[in-house]
Design a protein around this ligand. Structure first.
Ligand SMILES: [Mg+2]
Length: 290
């Protein structure tokens, strides 16, 4: 498989060997249509062998980290729940930084979000909630939008797990959490604080958990407007794989660019491994910061 490194975007003084921390997207990178990406087990084996710390970060708010870890383990990897951050777990962590312990929170969302909020000691309540937290919810009703808007108009903080307008499902393109946020924003007149990519909090939480430094961290994803734009905004280097939603035509037309482009995780692993052989002490990074 050929490497499609784009030299015009590539900083020659900074090769992959210098990175010690990886934040990776999942859908379109680690799996596709519920099937593991070819080379998935070897990719994680490589990261472990090289002592590259990683966090799997997803805008998906409906599924708990444990369930995602179970899935990755069923594919033969040894990824643990602690190595997964969802927009729900990052949202709940964020709440702990802005709300008093045990605060009442109104939640529109599914189990992944509800359990994350409860695990951090908050009480889910319709009445007197001081924050409204919104993720994807298949069972959304008019009354929930009404209640959320009422609380926000009364001064409750308004927080969204992610602003994805839509996402692909078996039945086609369906409304995402961003569509629900838009309804509540229209009804309340208040813009939400958004946690997921391309906003900064999800990546910042992932870095915090790894105790990662910016110049040693690289982001991996398949979507320009979330994965890559989020990295650009945080001044992180990024890798796009073409195994997911982005085509070469879309990449060429994009205003912001990844630092590297590979076909898939096997192509990336092969290049990263060669880079480490060329720079066994992460020399590229030392040159860059000298
Ligand atoms: Mg993806």
């Amino acid at each position: 498989m050929t490497t499609t490194r784009q030299s015009e975007f590539h900083n020659l003084n900074s090769d992959l060997a210098s990175f010690r921390f990886l934040i990776t997207d999942m859908d379109g990178v680690l799996w596709r249509s519920k099937e593991p990406m070819p080379g998935l087990v070897d990719f994680f084996k490589f990261l472990r062998e090289q002592s590259i710390k990683f966090m799997c970060a997803t805008n998906n708010s409906s599924t708990a980290p444990q369930k995602i870890a179970d899935r990755l383990r069923s594919f033969g990897t040894d990824v643990t729940p602690a190595e997964i951050v969802t927009s729900s777990s990052a949202t709940a962590d964020y709440l702990t930084t802005i709300l008093p312990a045990g605060s009442k929170v109104y939640v529109i969302g599914l189990d992944g979000l509800r359990s994350a909020v409860i695990e951090r000691g908050f009480a889910i309540s319709e009445d007197d909630a001081i924050a409204v937290v919104v993720g994807i919810d298949w069972n959304l009703t008019y009354n929930q939008i009404k209640q959320a808007a009422r609380l926000i108009r009364g001064g409750a903080k308004f927080i969204g797990t992610n602003a994805d307008a839509t996402f692909p499902a078996a039945e086609g393109i369906i409304p995402g959490a961003g569509s629900i946020l838009a309804a509540i924003e229209t009804a309340s007149g208040v813009k939400p604080i958004v946690i997921g990519k391309p906003e900064a909090v999800l990546y910042a939480m992932a870095m915090q958990r790894m105790q990662a430094q910016t110049d040693q961290t690289v982001v991996l994803g398949d979507r320009l407007e979330t994965d890559i734009l989020g990295a650009v905004r945080l001044n992180l280097k990024s890798i796009l794989v073409l195994s997911g939603v982005t085509t070469r035509e879309q990449l060429l037309a994009s205003d912001y660019q990844p630092d590297w482009v590979f076909e898939d995780i096997t192509d990336l692993k092969n290049h990263w491994g060669r880079s480490i052989l060329d720079h066994p002490d992460g020399m590229a990074n030392q040159n860059k910061s000298a």
